[in-house]
Design a protein around this ligand. Structure first.
Ligand code: CU
Length: 135
């Protein structure tokens, strides 16, 4: 009885490991590492209530992208990017301030970026970074 439930647990653990393995080709730990190396592009983005401008920027080449984020609004904002190998985000940026963020967009694709403060994403502070390339 006991050994049967133990093997059930072992099987569930194995399944969980297998599921975690999906979609994470690199990085043994599964945690996002800070991007390093020279940036292939710079994106300047202005945040206001409640939008990102530009909303859907395009990058011609996959790689590390430097983001220069300005809060041109009247309340605090921040910026989070969900890249192919994890997510990165700024601290909250006060009105009138700016911040920089490095995002590893090492594969062509479309990557969500948004303001993670309160319900700002739902109010429209969300978009995508389009990374071209790969032939
Ligand atoms: Cu915001």
């Amino acid at each position: 009885m006991l050994s049967r439930s133990l093997s059930m647990v072992a099987m569930l653990v194995l399944l969980a490991f297998a599921a975690c393995g999906e979609g994470r080709e690199s990085g043994a730990t599964g945690t996002a590492t800070a991007p390093s190396g020279p940036a292939v592009a710079t994106i300047e983005v202005k945040e206001t209530e409640y939008r990102l401008a530009p909303q859907v920027p395009e990058v011609e080449k996959a790689g590390v992208v430097d983001l220069y984020v300005t809060n041109a609004g009247e309340i605090g904002h921040a910026l989070e990017v969900e890249g192919p190998s994890g997510e990165v985000e700024t601290e909250e940026i006060a009105p009138g301030d700016s911040a920089t963020l490095k995002a590893d967009l090492g594969e062509p694709g479309r990557y969500k970026w948004y303001c993670p403060i309160a319900d700002h994403e739902d109010r429209g502070m969300v978009g995508e970074i389009v990374v071209a390339g790969g032939g």
